[in-house]
Ligand binder design. Structure first.
Ligand code: MLT
Length: 268
């Protein structure tokens, strides 16, 4: 696995990793995470694909950009692909990574061979969700970053998984707490501002995949089911006993589904 640093118009130091060979697959992590989120599934995927894993500006070892919006992050991702001379890609975006992927699909659609929403949504935040985010921003501003992350992480997992694997939950808490307060606030503000992008799905010339956790508290299954028929070609997988984090909760299934989707995306 090779590590690279890139300077873009927006970001002084954008870090990404690249591994494997074959058709390109770009994995975008969510919040509060970095590219290491995908480490448990990389070794299987790199056997068949060139896998690119960025740390979105403000996460991991990438520094926060001049601006943080779903659009700026999408353009930073496009800059990585340009540097790698990759003209066609499948993007899998986890949650916030999916919001970034949707902005990518809007701005760079000709590059997309397929798009996978991994526990993500094309809807905008509800007013109630925006209000909750504003409260969290206030807490983080007052120095409450650690309790905020500690409180939110268990909620990302199915109840049974949380009880059975406390060490995985703890690892995610420690990883989430590494994000700076400034980055956390920038990500939350960007999520509040993001527009609805269901039209991107309706107009998609590429196949769309939905990975849905039955016990997802962040993107409820009912929301996903309302959207997962909007595109022309939809691959829909619903995972029992899974929350918002299939790359940790249900990784064998996720690897299988991404491989199937990749085969279709590049061969149909
Ligand atoms: C994520 O997993 O990226 C976040 O939970 C997304 C969100 O808060 O909407």
């Amino acid at each position: 696995m090779n590590s690279f640093f890139l300077k873009t118009n927006n970001c002084e130091r954008l870090h990404y990793r690249k591994t494997g060979q074959g058709p390109a697959l770009l994995l975008i992590h969510g919040f509060p995470e970095d590219g290491q989120l995908w480490d448990g599934i990389l070794s299987d995927l790199q056997e068949n694909f060139t896998v690119i894993v960025p740390d979105i500006p403000g996460s991991g070892v990438s520094i926060l950009g001049k601006v943080m919006t779903m659009e700026s992050a999408a353009d930073d991702v496009a800059a990585i692909l340009k540097k790698e001379q990759i003209e066609e890609v499948v993007i899998a975006g986890h949650s916030m990574g999916g919001y970034i992927g949707l902005a990518f699909a809007e701005r760079h659609s000709s590059m997309l061979k397929g798009f996978s929403l991994v526990h993500s949504t094309a809807k905008e935040d509800t007013e109630a969700k925006k209000e909750l985010r504003r409260k969290s921003i206030e807490l983080i501003r007052k120095g409450g970053k650690e309790p905020f992350v500690k409180g939110m992480i268990p909620n990302l997992f199915a109840k049974q998984f949380c009880e059975s694997f406390p060490e995985i939950i703890q690892k995610q808490i420690i990883s989430g707490q590494k994000l700076s307060a400034e980055s956390m606030i920038a990500f939350y503000e960007a999520m509040i501002k993001r527009p609805v992008r269901t039209n991107v799905l309706k107009n998609a010339a590429f196949p769309v995949q939905w990975i849905i956790g039955k016990e997802d508290n962040v993107v409820p299954i009912a929301d996903s089911l309302q959207q997962c028929h909007l595109s022309n070609v939809n691959f829909v997988s619903v995972y029992d006993d899974c929350g918002h984090m299939s790359m940790l909760e249900n990784k064998d299934k996720l690897i299988f589904d991404i491989k199937e989707f990749m085969r279709y995306a590049y061969n149909h």
